[in-house]
Design a protein around this ligand. Structure first.
Ligand code: MLT
Length: 312
C-alpha cells in the first residue's frame, strides 16, 4: 500500500462547494452535459457543484483558467475533444495540455449532426454540398471558435467537400443555435445534445449524423456515410479534469462519484433523449481519460497539420 495514495485533503474532501468550469457558453451542449452530471455528482458528494461558464477561444480560455487554479479539488473542468485538438491548433496555448491537468474520467461520447436553418434550400447532404460549393463566399457556417467540436467538424467537412466556406465564431453553440433558429447564420455542425430537440421540432433542418449508425431518436436523419460522405464519422468525447497537483485520492473520489452519476436514472434518461449515452464505468476513470487524451492528440495532429489551419 502506497503512502502516496492518501492525502490529508482526501480524507475530508469535499468540505465546501466545488466549481466545475464549462469552457463554452451557458445553454449549449457542454453546459447541458455538465449540469446533468454535476447535479448527480453533487448528490453523491454531499456538496454542491456550481457550474461556471468561461467561454471563448474555442474552449481554451476555460481550460486555461482551470490549469492555473489551486489544485485542491474545488475547481474542475468539463471539456470535450477540443482539449485534444487545441493542443495542435494553438501554437501558443497558456497551458501545456498534457502536463497541466490531473484526470477524473470520461463522461460521454456525443454524435454530431450537420444542420441548417429551416429554410435553406437543399433537401439532402449532396444538395447541401453542391450548394455550399456554389455559394462558398456567402454561405455562413457557425462554430464555437478554433478548438471547438463544431470547428473540428467544419474542418473535416471542408476537407471532405474539398471546399472552403465562411465561418462565424461564437463563444459556444448555444448562442450559435439561437442565430441558426433566427436565420442569421446558415449551417452548423453541432452535437446532438444541442440539436436533437430542434431537429425533432422541425425548427432546423438536419442533413446527417456523424455516428456509425442512425440514432434511435432521429430515425429519419441519415448517417453522413449513407448521405454520401464516406468515412465521415466523429464522436465528441467529454472528460473531467482537475489542475495538476490535485491529490490522487481526490481525483479517485471524484471518479467514483462520476461513476455513480453516470448510472443515475435521470442522467441516463436525459442523455438518451439527447442522443447520447453515459461512458461505461471503466471509462469514467483517471487512467482511461489520460489514455484517451493522449491517443486523441496523436490521432488529430496529422489531420490538423494537413488542413493547415492554426490559431495565432
Ligand atoms: C458548446 O458547448 O458550446 C460546444 O461544445 C461548442 C463546440 O465545441 O462546438
Amino acid at each position: 500500500v502506497s503512502l502516496l495514495a492518501t492525502s490529508a485533503l482526501g480524507q475530508t474532501y469535499p468540505e465546501r462547494t466545488i466549481t466545475m468550469v464549462v469552457p463554452f457558453s451557458a445553454g449549449g451542449p457542454t453546459d447541458t452535459v455538465t449540469r446533468l452530471v454535476a447535479e448527480a455528482m453533487s448528490k453523491d458528494l454531499g456538496q454542491q457543484i456550481v457550474v461556471e461558464n468561461v467561454g471563448g477561444a474555442g474552449g481554451t480560455l476555460g481550460a486555461g483558467r482551470v490549469a492555473s487554479a489551486d489544485p485542491d479539488g474545488y475547481t474542475l473542468l468539463l471539456h470535450h475533444i477540443g482539449m485534444a485538438t487545441s493542443a495542435t491548433l494553438y501554437r501558443k496555448l497558456a497551458y501545456d495540455t498534457l502536463n497541466a491537468f490531473e484526470y477524473v474520467g470520461l463522461v460521454t461520447d456525443v454524435p454530431m449532426t450537420i444542420v441548417a436553418r429551416k429554410d435553406l434550400e437543399p433537401t439532402d447532404l449532396k444538395g447541401l454540398i453542391d450548394y455550399m460549393k456554389a455559394n462558398k463566399d456567402t454561405v455562413t457556417v457557425a462554430n464555437a471558435g478554433i478548438g471547438a467540436a463544431s470547428h473540428l467538424c467544419g474542418m473535416l467537412l471542408m476537407s471532405a467537400m474539398e471546399t472552403q466556406f465562411v465561418t462565424v465564431p461564437y463563444k459556444g453553440t448555444g448562442p450559435a443555435m439561437t442565430d441558426l433558429l433566427g436565420g442569421q447564420v446558415d449551417v452548423m455542425c453541432d452535437q446532438t445534445t444541442n440539436t436533437t430537440k430542434q431537429i425533432q421540432g422541425g425548427t432546423i433542418k438536419a442533413y446527417a449524423v456523424t455516428s456509425p449508425a442512425r440514432l434511435d431518436n432521429l430515425p429519419d436523419v441519415p448517417t453522413a456515410e449513407e448521405a454520401g460522405l464516406s468515412g465521415f464519422q466523429v464522436g465528441i468525447w467529454h472528460g473531467i479534469y482537475a489542475p495538476k497537483g490535485t491529490p490522487a485520492d481526490v481525483t479517485e473520489r471524484l471518479s467514483k462519484s462520476l461513476q455513480v452519476a453516470l448510472k443515475d436514472p435521470n442522467v441516463v434518461a436525459r442523455f438518451a433523449e439527447l442522443g447520447t449515452a453515459p461512458s461505461a464505468e471503466e471509462e469514467a476513470t483517471p487512467t482511461a481519460l489520460k489514455a484517451k487524451l493522449e491517443g486523441e492528440i496523436t490521432r488529430w495532429k496529422p489531420v490538423i497539420e494537413a488542413a493547415g489551419q492554426y490559431a495565432d
